[in-house]
Structures are given as structure tokens and as C-alpha cells.
Ligand binder design. Structure first.
Ligand SMILES: Cc1cc2nc3c(=O)[nH]c(=O)nc-3n(C[C@H](O)[C@H](O)[C@H](O)COP(=O)(O)OP(=O)(O)OC[C@H]3O[C@@H](n4cnc5c(N)ncnc54)[C@H](O)[C@@H]3O)c2cc1C
Length: 364
């Protein structure tokens, strides 16, 4: 029986494990955090549930194939939509209100919301990872950070075969194939510090290291009142405002008790990088001030609690060289994740994980 080690329990890692269900592989997912989900992250506090990483997952496009900044034809996600609205549909909710836009001067406009569903779960987007985990038959080891890998020779009955040694904090394990799913900079770092001495290792590390990333802060601001507004979220269309995104979690069924409001504010990548190390309360006050100014609503200066989440490697701005990554299979090494397909989106990570899982299944 082949042993498959998957590094990372985000959507891509768990989708890889899901695609391997029913095979005779022994699949283990190593996740460094205490819960799965990665950047499909959800927190809860005071009866509120809020998505602090990805805001929602997109369904299939409408028929004209247009989809804002995704209009380059990479996304044809009927299969992902089918899965989300089928086997992974438990607790799935669609956000009905549209996304509006604003520009650098703070002018709001209705923008052009497409018809495709904006999905999350009653329990937040993390439920997607939880359901993938449940539906797979993999062993998932949380709080288990992979700190190193090495390739070594092994005897398998009469056969000599190479295998992977996977170092985790406090021990090591072995695998016949390894699937990397952390963000590209972490993947590059792990390859860089690997004792695996082969030109292919250098090529793979360089391919991962070349992927540029945006840093983002995510600030949850809670208010003990709610007002009726015509939109779910506001997105900065000219990328020239200190705020990039404001989402109203109360538009997601089951997220915020009646009569309350919870905004998830994401400052722009430049602002986020500049203020990344500021104290939480300073970031929260700054985000609330800018939100109040943008909304023209003085009540928004005064939130009653806040939470700040930092994402240093938030969104890949390009994809890795997939031809180079595909050569990893020569050494029983595979890759999945949003950066592999070059699109920082949940549906892209899900699709990438499914595709990689299928490739590993063929390799078995
Ligand atoms: C602020 C923000 C807003 C976003 N908004 C949206 C949105 O509205 N819609 C959308 O579709 N997408 C959005 N995204 C992008 C989306 O979240 C990602 O594209 C998707 O979740 C990536 O999934 P993944 O599995 O590829 O990577 P990840 O979710 O990053 O999973 C990688 C996993 O690997 C783990 N890991 C890392 N290193 C190790 C190690 N050494 N050992 C073990 N485990 C390790 C990590 O803890 C993580 O769980 C947003 C992202 C952010 C940060």
C-alpha cells in the first residue's frame, strides 16, 4: 500500500485527500495549525461567525464567461460548483446581496455584479474544509508542522525504491509520494532547506519562489446595531484606496445575530504591508476610521469589539511554471494550491486539489 503525505490541510490539501478516497493509498494530511481550512478561515465570537480569510467561494460563471478580474478563461468550474452544491452542500448558503464598488475618491457605485452564486456556509467557509476532511478517508494530523523533507533509498521487498522522509516537529514519518500545498513561499522554503540534493529540487524551489504574493490584513469590526444597506460588500475598483474590501457578514445567513452588524474590512495590500506589525488595536481603529469616512457614517468610528488577522502570503499574483512543477512527479512529488493554478481563489484551490489527487491516483 502506497503512503501519501500531504503537507497542508487547506482546501487544496483536503481536496487532494478527498480525490484519493476509495483508493488503497494510506493518506496522511499534515496541518501545522490546530484546525484545517488554511486561508478559508472562520472565527467566532459572541454568537457571531465571520470569515476572516476568503470571503466567499464562487460558483460557475454566467454564460457570457465574464467575471471581473477572472475573465481570462482560466475558470471553468462547473465541476467545483457541482461538488459544492451537491456532496459538499451541507449548510451552504448563497449571499444574495450584490457587491458594489468604490473608487479612490470614495464614490460608491453599483458596479457590475455577476449572476454567479457567492457561497459560504452557515458555519463559515471553514466548513468546506471540514466537509472535505469528513468525506475523505485520510488521517489528518493537525498541530503537526512539516519542518523538513529528504529523499532516501529504501528497500521495498525485493525492490529498491526511493521514499520521502517527512520531518515534523517532534518526529519523522516516511511516504512514497509527497504533495505540497502550503503557499508558494513556504513550499520554496521547505524545498530550500531540504537535504534532497538534486537539480530538480533547485528547479522546483525556483518555480515556487518566483510566485509573487500580496499581503493582506483582515479586520473584523462588530457593531451592536444594524442598518439596511443595498449591498453585501464594497470593493475598491481602481485599487487606489487604503481600503480594498468591506464585507457585511450579516448578509450571510446564520453569521450575525439579528440587529447586530459585523464588518470584515480588508485594507489594500500596500496599506496592509505598511501596517502589518502595528498593534491590533491601532490597526482596528485605523480600519474603522477609514470605513466610517468611506461609508459617510460617523457611527462606524465606534465599534464595540474587533479582531485582526494577518495574512503575510495572502494572495498569489501569478501562477508557478506548471511544466516545471509537473516534473516533480519524476521524484514522486506533487503540488496543489491556488498558486499552482495561478488564481487566489477558493474554487481554484479546490479544483487544483482535485486534479492533483487524480494525478496521484493514476501514479499509484
Ligand atoms: C484575506 C483574504 C481574502 C480572500 N478572499 C477570497 C474570496 O473572497 N474568495 C475566494 O475565492 N478566495 C479568497 N481568498 C483566497 C483563498 O482563501 C485561497 O485562494 C484558498 O483558500 C487557498 O487554499 P490553499 O489550500 O491553496 O492554501 P491554504 O489555504 O493557504 O492552505 C495551506 C495550508 O498549509 C498549512 N501549512 C503551511 N505550512 C505548513 C507546514 N510547514 N506544515 C504543515 N502545514 C502547513 C497552512 O496552515 C494551511 O492550512 C482570500 C484570501 C485571503 C487571505
Amino acid at each position: 500500500m502506497s503512503r501519501i503525505a500531504i503537507v497542508g490541510g487547506g482546501v487544496a490539501g483536503l481536496a487532494t485527500a478527498y480525490a484519493l478516497r476509495g483508493t488503497d493509498a494510506e493518506v496522511t494530511v499534515f496541518e501545522r495549525r490546530e484546525s484545517v481550512g488554511g486561508r478559508a478561515a472562520t472565527r467566532s465570537r459572541a454568537e457571531c461567525v465571520y470569515d476572516t480569510g476568503a470571503n466567499y467561494a464562487k460558483g460557475a460563471k454566467d454564460s457570457d464567461g465574464q467575471d471581473g478580474d477572472e475573465s481570462d478563461g482560466r475558470v471553468t468550474d462547473d465541476r467545483v460548483s457541482e461538488l459544492l452544491s451537491g456532496e459538499l452542500a451541507d449548510g451552504l448558503v448563497d449571499i444574495e446581496e450584490p457587491v458594489w464598488t468604490f473608487d479612490a475618491d470614495g464614490n460608491l457605485s453599483e458596479g457590475r455584479d455577476d449572476d454567479s452564486p457567492k457561497w459560504t456556509y452557515q458555519e463559515g467557509l471553514v466548513a468546506l474544509a471540514a466537509q472535505l476532511r469528513e468525506a475523505s478517508d485520510a488521517t489528518v494530523r493537525t498541530r503537526t508542522e512539516v519542518v523538513g523533507i529528504d529523499r532516501r533509498e529504501a528497500r521495498n521487498g525485493d525492490r529498491e525504491d526511493d521514499e520521502w522522509r517527512v520531518d515534523v516537529r517532534g518526529g519523522e514519518t516516511v511516504a512514497d509520494a509527497l504533495v505540497f500545498t502550503p503557499p508558494a513561499p513556504v513550499t520554496a522554503y521547505l524545498l530550500d532547506r531540504s537535504a534532497w540534493d538534486a537539480p530538480l529540487c533547485d528547479d522546483l524551489r525556483e518555480a515556487a519562489a518566483a510566485v509573487p504574493y500580496r499581503t493582506l490584513l483582515s479586520v473584523a469590526l462588530h457593531y451592536p446595531y444594524r442598518e439596511a444597506l443595498p449591498y453585501y460588500a464594497l470593493v475598491n475598483s481602481d485599487k487606489d484606496h487604503d481600503i480594498g474590501w468591506i464585507g457585511r457578514e450579516e448578509c450571510k445567513p446564520g453569521h450575525v445575530p439579528d440587529g447586530e452588524s459585523l464588518l470584515v474590512v480588508q485594507p489594500s495590500p500596500d496599506w496592509s504591508r505598511e501596517h502589518y506589525d502595528d498593534p491590533d488595536d491601532q490597526i482596528a481603529v485605523n480600519a474603522a476610521d477609514r470605513t466610517a469616512e468611506l461609508l459617510g457614517d460617523p457611527d462606524r468610528y465606534q465599534f464595540d469589539w474587533a479582531e485582526v488577522v494577518r495574512w503575510r502570503d495572502a494572495l498569489p499574483d501569478a501562477g508557478a511554471d506548471r511544466e516545471v512543477l509537473a516534473r516533480g512527479a519524476d521524484a514522486d512529488l506533487f503540488f496543489a494550491g491556488d498558486w499552482v493554478v495561478g488564481e487566489g481563489r477558493v474554487h481554484a484551490a479546490l479544483r487544483s486539489g482535485l486534479e492533483t489527487g487524480e494525478r496521484v491516483a493514476e501514479w499509484l
